[in-house]
Every structure is written in structure tokens, then in C-alpha cells.
Design a protein around this ligand. Structure first.
Ligand SMILES: Nc1ncnc2c1ncn2[C@@H]1O[C@H](COP(=O)(O)OP(=O)(O)OP(=O)(O)O)[C@@H](O)[C@H]1O
Length: 253
């Protein structure tokens, strides 16, 4: 285990020897790592490396075969109100494009039940968080009419509508163009500095990972290496994680 003194901030997530099977296949094998408050960690690795499986097991969405997940010092099954502490932005958010739900209605769903009867307070809280993600002028727009980047920012607003300790993003920007990706990364970084939550995100963009993340976990069923982007994303490590094709690609761009 990494010692707490490395980052000088409280531990938000501890994963110890986590093994997850999908059918007979061991998709995640004895994975251990730790996340600290206010830090931004990326999980990188090739397709099928077990990245989404790892995240889903951490969130308790799929069972693990063995190992331990502690969030805020408590094991996952003893952590009450898990979704009030952890925000999750999945890879795909599928819904019927004609479903008549507006941006503000979706974000309001994240607020505690006590807001249900307080429509003024509810409106103010939702508007405040929409300002943070630069969507204040689109609060009445139907979610089915938003661009991919805007929809991801609405989901981020949903996560930020209540104070969270950890936000987990599973390739949240897979369908967003390059400019949208950078804008989202900068926004997330700024909000993280202001609010102090930790993030854990799957990314295939090693350039963005180098620019915005404090820590990288290189996964291919097992953790092959972890550390700062500078020490982790060396040619040698990338070759070990992805194979030599990616190295040739990186050198030719
Ligand atoms: N429900 C399932 N049943 C059987 N095998 C599964 C299931 N879900 C995932 N797998 C397998 O587990 C492995 C890991 O899948 P996972 O989706 O976690 O990888 P990933 O690293 O997130 O990939 P990608 O980058 O392509 O999204 C893959 O080989 C996949 O085929």
C-alpha cells in the first residue's frame, strides 16, 4: 500500500488484491491501489484490459471474487448512501432522444429528498451547479437535444449537485471531439481544485492524462505499473502495456 504521507491528504479509496471474474475469465487480477482526496488518477490500458470491470467492481455494480474495496475508510457494503459520496459518469448514457426531461430536471434528481417541496431552493441549487459547468443558459433544453459534450457536462453537474468525495468517469469523453475533451478536462481540473474531490477516470488519451492527471495506473488485467504520468508513461512501459504498435503510432504523430 502507498503511504498516506505521499500526498498528505486523506485516503478516499483503497483497493486491495481485487480479483474479478467475467464468466470463467479473470478480467481483473489481484489489483491494489489507493486514491487520495483532491487527486486525479487515470486508468490506462488496451481494449479488454479490465478497466470498466475494475470500476464497476469498485462501485459494487458487479461482484468481485476476492479482495477488498474501502471507500472513506469503510468497506463497500458498510458504506451507507454510497451514491451520495461517489459520482459516476458511465461510458454510455442511453435514453430515448424524445424523452421529455430537461437539463435542470435531470440535475435536480441528484438533490436530497428534502428539496422536493422547496421549489425555489431547488431551482437555485440547480442553477448554481449549471453555472459551474457553463450550461446555465440551457437549463430548459431537453436532454435529447444536447451535443455529446454538453450531455457529459450535465452528468458532471448531476455529480456536483451535492458534495462528493470521489467522481469516477468511465471513458466519459469517448464520443466527444478533441476540443470538447480538452475543455472538459480543464473544467474538471478547475472544479476539482475548488472542491477537493478525488477523480478516477479511464482514458485512452495519454496526452490528456499527462497534462491533467497526478497519477496513472497501467492495467492489463493486473496493474503493470503505477505512479506519476512522467515516470509511468515511458516508452518502455507503454510498450509493455499496449504492445509495440502504439509506440510506432506515438512516434509518427
Ligand atoms: N459480462 C461479461 N461476460 C463475459 N465477459 C465479459 C463481460 N464483460 C466483460 N467481459 C470481458 O472482460 C474483459 C474486460 O472487459 P472490460 O470491458 O472491463 O475491458 P476494458 O479495459 O474496459 O475495455 P475497453 O477499453 O474496450 O472498454 C474483456 O475480455 C471482456 O470481453
Amino acid at each position: 500500500m502507498i503511504s498516506q504521507e505521499i500526498f498528505g491528504s486523506p485516503s478516499v479509496l483503497e483497493v486491495e488484491n481485487l480479483t474479478v471474474r467475467r464468466g470463467k475469465y479473470v478480467a481483473v487480477d489481484q489489483v491494489s491501489f489507493q486514491l487520495f482526496s483532491g487527486t486525479n488518477t487515470a486508468i490506462v490500458g488496451p481494449n479488454g484490459a479490465g478497466k470498466s470491470t475494475l470500476i464497476r467492481a469498485i462501485l459494487g455494480l458487479i461482484p468481485s471474487e476476492s479482495g477488498q474495496v474501502n471507500i472513506l475508510g469503510k468497506s463497500l457494503n458498510k458504506l451507507g448512501k454510497r451514491w451520495e459520496k461517489i459520482g459516476y459518469i458511465p461510458q454510455k448514457f442511453s435514453f430515448d432522444r424524445y424523452f421529455p426531461l430537461t437539463v435542470e430536471e435531470l440535475v435536480a434528481l441528484a438533490l436530497p429528498k428534502s428539496y422536493f417541496w422547496k421549489s425555489r431552493e431547488r431551482k437555485i441549487s440547480v442553477q448554481k451547479v449549471l453555472v459551474k459547468v457553463n450550461l446555465e443558459h440551457q437549463s430548459h433544453q431537453r436532454i435529447g437535444t444536447l451535443s455529446g459534450g454538453e450531455l457529459k457536462r450535465v452528468l458532471l453537474a448531476y455529480c456536483l449537485a451535492v458534495p462528493r468525495d470521489l467522481i469516477i468517469l468511465d471513458e466519459a469523453l469517448a464520443e466527444v471531439d478533441a476540443t470538447g475533451e480538452v475543455e472538459f478536462a480543464e473544467l474538471l481540473n478547475k472544479l476539482q481544485r475548488e472542491q477537493g474531490f478525488a477523480t478516477l477516470q479511464i482514458s485512452h488519451d495519454l496526452d490528456l492524462v499527462s497534462r491533467y492527471c497526478d497519477r496513472v495506473l497501467c492495467l492489463n488485467r493486473k496493474i503493470l505499473c503505477q505512479g506519476s504520468p512522467r515516470e509511468t508513461l515511458s516508452n518502455e512501459n507503454i510498450q509493455e502495456v499496449y504492445g509495440s504498435t502504439l509506440i510506432r503510432y506515438l512516434h509518427s504523430h
